[in-house]
Structure formats: structure tokens, C-alpha cells
Design a protein around this ligand. Sequence first.
Ligand code: ZN
Length: 147
Amino acid sequence: MANLYVKKMEGYSGRRLAFRLAYGCDLLEALQGIVEEAEVLFGSINFLGAVQKARVGYYLQDKKRFITLDLDEPMEILSGLGNVSLKDGKPFVHAHVTFLDRTGTIRGGHLLPGTITFAGEVFIEELELPAPPERVDDPVTGLSLWE
Ligand code: ZN
């Protein structure tokens, strides 16, 4: 039987934090700033709200690189999911977002800088581990994944 997973981590629930984001801030920079300030090393993030515009990435698996999609209109954040883990020794946010535009169309992708908040509510749940995982370059996917 093939391996079910590459790595298993089991820890304990740590702090649970909640934030209301400021109007007009960069969503990814805000999430990144929050985890740095709170010194969250590993955990999950969920958020919702609305954006004035968004920039997301789509990963071209065959070319091992992201393309950028500019969604230049106000949208609802139906679902924002992410995590924080260590990269180069510092907390690093990885987040994906599902948006709804005014026509009722779902859009989304890998959250990039350039996504500007209208409103945002964020929950962060810390998972405490003796040794939080570090992101390292994965030659198979070309992504930076948990070691
Ligand atoms: Zn991603």
C-alpha cells in the first residue's frame, strides 16, 4: 500500500486568537504581521470578510511556477483558509481564498500581496509541537513544503 502521508505531526491546542482587520490593508501582509507579532509558529488560520480587489496565484504544475490573476473588483471573501509554519526560521503564512463577485461567480486562488481588505475577521488556532515543521524546497513539486 502506498504511503498515506509524508509526515504526521501531533501536538496540543495552543492559543486561539481573533482579529478584526483594518479597512484598506493588504490582506496577506496583515495576516503575516499578525502571526509575527503573536509569534505563532504553527497553526491554522481562517478568515472571511470582503475585499476591494484581489490578487491570487495559480500554480502551473507542469512548469512549476505561479501565474498571477488580478481580480480587480470588490468581492466577498466566502472562505479564507490558511496555515502558518516556519520558513527560513520565521512564521510564514500560506493562505487560499474563495471569493464571490457581484455576478454570483466564485473565484479564488493562492493569496498574494495586492489583495486589499474592505473588512475582515480572522481566527487563528495554534498547534503546539516540540519542533514545528520548517518549509523546505520540494524537488518533486517545486513548492516549499513541510520538511
Ligand atoms: Zn497555495
